[in-house]
Design a protein around this ligand. Structure first.
Ligand code: IDP
Ligand code: MG
Length: 151
């Protein structure tokens, strides 16, 4: 079994709208293991690094002010295929293409307020975890439900 980690971040709109509990619950009840969780006010330098592939986009200034507008909730979730499954649980980038049952499909309408971030590759997940968390903030622990989640 290939265990993988992904970086999931509830954006300021998700925090303001009281969706932290619901989103945490979705990953927990699916069987993923929580390894880190914190509420955090990002700054511009961090967001420029996180979204380094998007800084030239026309919407980048709006994305920056959106992501700076309040605290985000940063998380690390571990489990089989966590990156791909995390993206599936989030839904499409544009909520109008996100299926009902996904986080974006259940809670959002426009791309500039799409509630949640999820890493798009295992390599980027590790980069993002290192960017958003300090040493000691990510905890490796024995999950007693593992034998009931995996065969
Ligand atoms: P992702 O979040 O699904 O990985 P990306 O293409 O990496 O999508 O874009 C990062 C974030 O930038 C999106 O989640 C969304 O908040 C914002 N964004 C992407 N495309 C647009 C756009 O066309 N207009 C406004 N915001 C956008
Ligand atoms: Mg992305």
């Amino acid at each position: 079994m290939e265990m993988e980690r992904t970086y999931i971040m509830i954006k300021p709109d998700g925090v303001q709208r009281g969706l932290v509990g619901n989103i945490v619950q979705r990953f927990e009840q699916r069987g993923y293991q929580l390894q880190a969780l914190k509420l955090f006010q990002a700054d511009e330098a961090l967001l420029r690094q996180h979204y380094c592939d998007l800084v030239e986009k026309k919407f980048f200034p709006d994305l920056l002010s959106y992501m700076l507008s309040g605290p985000v909730c940063c998380m690390v979730w571990q489990g089989e295929n966590a990156v791909k499954m995390g993206r599936q649980m989030l839904g499409a980038t544009n909520p109008q293409e996100s299926l009902p049952g996904t986080i974006r499909g259940d809670f959002s309408i426009v791309v500039g307020r799409n509630i949640c971030h999820g890493s798009d590759s295992a390599e980027n997940a590790e980069k993002e975890i290192a960017l958003w968390f300090k040493d000691g903030e990510v905890v490796s622990w024995e999950d007693h439900s593992k034998a009931w989640v995996y065969e």
